[in-house]
Design a protein around this ligand. Sequence first.
Ligand code: 5AD
Ligand code: SF4
Length: 461
Amino acid sequence: MPEHNIFEIERLRRETENYAARLGRTPTAYVVTFGCQMNARDSEKLWGILLDAGFSEGTDEKADLVVINTCTVRENANERLYGHLGHLNSMKREHPLKLITLCGCMMQEKDEVERIRRTYSFVDVVFGVHNLYRFPALLAERLAGGKHVFEVWDKPEAIVEDLPVKREVPYKSGVNISYGCDNFCSYCIVPYVRGRERSRRPEEILCEVERLAGDGVIEIMLLGQNVNSYGKGLEEKITFAELLEKVCQIPGIERVRFMTSHPKDLSPDLIRVIGANEKVCRHLHLPLQSGSSRILKKMNRHYTKEEYLDLAKRIKEGVPGISLTTDIIVGFPGETEEDFEETLDVVRQVRFDSAFTFIYSPRTGTPAATMEQVPADVIRERFARLLDLVQKIGAEESGRDVGKILPALVEGTDPQVPGRVTGRLSNNVMVHFPGDESLIGRIVNVHLKEVHGFYYIGERV
Ligand code: 5AD
Ligand code: SF4
């Protein structure tokens, strides 16, 4: 750990003790996470810092310190934050020593931070995605009597490794392999808030995975905005397919997943590595966004409908049994009925196991925000049609493996049925079967007896 960081965590520990003295008890903390897997991983670091500094684990927003790790990918994510802030403000009136910290993607937007400074002046600490490791120092400053401690950087100064981390579960973990995005899809704000794409060095990634394996982790999720372009800009020549192979070779690691794949960079080599390596999970999330080549061009996605269909076909042939899931945006500017029909056509041809469907949300500063928008009622009608189709196909596909015996990683007991546990198959589908909590964190073979909606009922064999 870099020395200044140890020092600042120690400083935060001292300030946390003073805070505890003011409260008359150990302060509790709670982290709320919006958005994607990247944010979920960052939140594990925030939790790690807070527990290390002497906070105890709160269970909800009544905690003494509430940290909100924000998302700004769509406008409704921003609205949700302001909803939470209204609520937190009234809580803070009852509990004046309560502390509120905001961080994450939305804090990289100057206008939003200004709005918070002006209208939500009860917010104590604000930082962004590039200076997460400054959290101990900033919170310590606030606890030492600082007023509003706001610090947001436009770009990263360094990739700081080895922050303390509290994993959500002991047996699986995300591992960042790259930060930022260089693709500039015309609807997307991520490249503006998360900055240019930077790959972590392979030795650092492999070291982290080894450490996690030594700590009992058996499933790794490799995380990047576009994992398929991993390696760009590094001194050593390495591709994502090569990195994936190396991660699979680390003793103790049983399963490897990754997120997210951009279709334009998904190499034949990667398909070969997944196909040849049972440890790589049989699930690929491959955002389509639109099935119309005309719209894809306006989105700056760098593939056509035909190229996507061909890629999906090659993946299914190369990795039998794989689940394909996707993201689709409805109502991108200029989308006509014909364009939308093309999207439905791809959904019918690829037969996705599931799809996240989004209504296009204009993001200030992105090229698409100034293009001519599709009327809201047209979007709503298309969205409903797409959702219907996606759900119908998902339900038909989800029973594919009934009758088979497949390994499942047990993730918890079934809250609905006592004596039953819930496991995740390699293809990301869930199975419920008789068992107790001693199985949690283990991979066991399960006979998939029946399918109920989107999950299986099975029996351990
Ligand atoms: N409007 C709607 N959906 C969006 N996404 C990204 N930006 C927008 C936007 N402006 C969706 C994309 C992406 C997912 C994470 O969010 O489908 O894959
Ligand atoms: Fe956004 Fe496109 Fe980058 Fe994904 S690849 S984060 S959609 S710009």
